[in-house]
Ligand binder design. Sequence first.
Ligand SMILES: *Cc1c(COP(=O)(O)O)cnc(C)c1O
Length: 361
Amino acid sequence: MNSITPQPGIMDIALYQGGKAAVEGVSNVVKLSSNENPFGPSPAAQEAVRRSVHELHRYPNTDHASLRRAIAEVHGLDAARIICGVGSDEIIHFLCQCYAGPGDEVVHSVHGFGMYRISAMAAGATPVEVPERERVTDVDAFLAGCTDRTKLVFLANPNNPTGTMIGMAEIERLAAGIPSQAILVLDGAYAEYVGGYDGGARLVEARNNVVMTRTFSKLYGLGGLRVGWGYGPQEIIDVLNRIRGPFNLSGTALAAAEAAVQDRAFVEKCLAENARMRTWLAEALAEHGVPSDTSMANFILARFASPEEAEACDAYLQSQGLIVRRVAGYQLPAALRITVGDESSCRRVAHAVGQFKAGQR
Ligand SMILES: *Cc1c(COP(=O)(O)O)cnc(C)c1O
């Protein structure tokens, strides 16, 4: 007998449920469950990956200077205040490890991204869930959920899995209203999809209590390489860098991300196609009696009459080789989150939902 035990709270963490990737016995599946870019990564990023094989015996650089410079140039930011991580998941993790511990509280919304809770608990802190108003962020609920123990407030804008977002004035009100010991983290995983929205970058620069996180996993189609970044006040970025592994990002990942962020023509093409097919899909689903809120991201939250109907539709879609995301774990049991795919995928999923609904009558 030994007395080896994990840190308090670790065993209370429920394992993250990722989007399904396969259906047994069904070939030619279309995966619309993880908000991936249907066009994959930019050809320039792919070429950078191929070139990187010649350097695989080398350790990657540790300061990520070249990637940070490229990001800073594209977004008009200060490269010194950017930190790169293994997905934005790692930035979220750094924030929790550095700023929250036992007795501290980490606030997120009821339909908020699952990693906030996991990272908070991994740090020994207590996740605090606040309500939304009809699947939209409620700033007053966030403020009411804050206490003198609150250290971090996580808000994805646009939010996942709802696809809705709030305006800059509301975000500013939240940043100004949280307690003085708390950091507001604006998760901008889908910020690129919103024309004219900077993800909160200017707010980061105007205040000392706001951090923005971004990712290469969604619009840039590089989820498999795991690259994300954060932008914050210099003092906070310097803190996060202390616990960052010196070689957290591979040379391949760094090179691909740099090429991807610089290929603006590819980005514009992906954004245009996403906007076009998102509108099309939302309207097609609505015609079949499946409403959704206006999505600002690359997915649609399709609402069904009941949890049973959502589950049955999910099963039918799977039988047709279409994988979407159940979001019961996000307290949305009557909804399915459907990534906006390419045109043929959108047509397939809309057709299948129509067939399902027709069979229900
Ligand atoms: C996908 C997603 C992320 C990003 O994850 P990575 O670790 O960068 O792949 C972060 N936040 C939200 C809300 C997301 O949906």
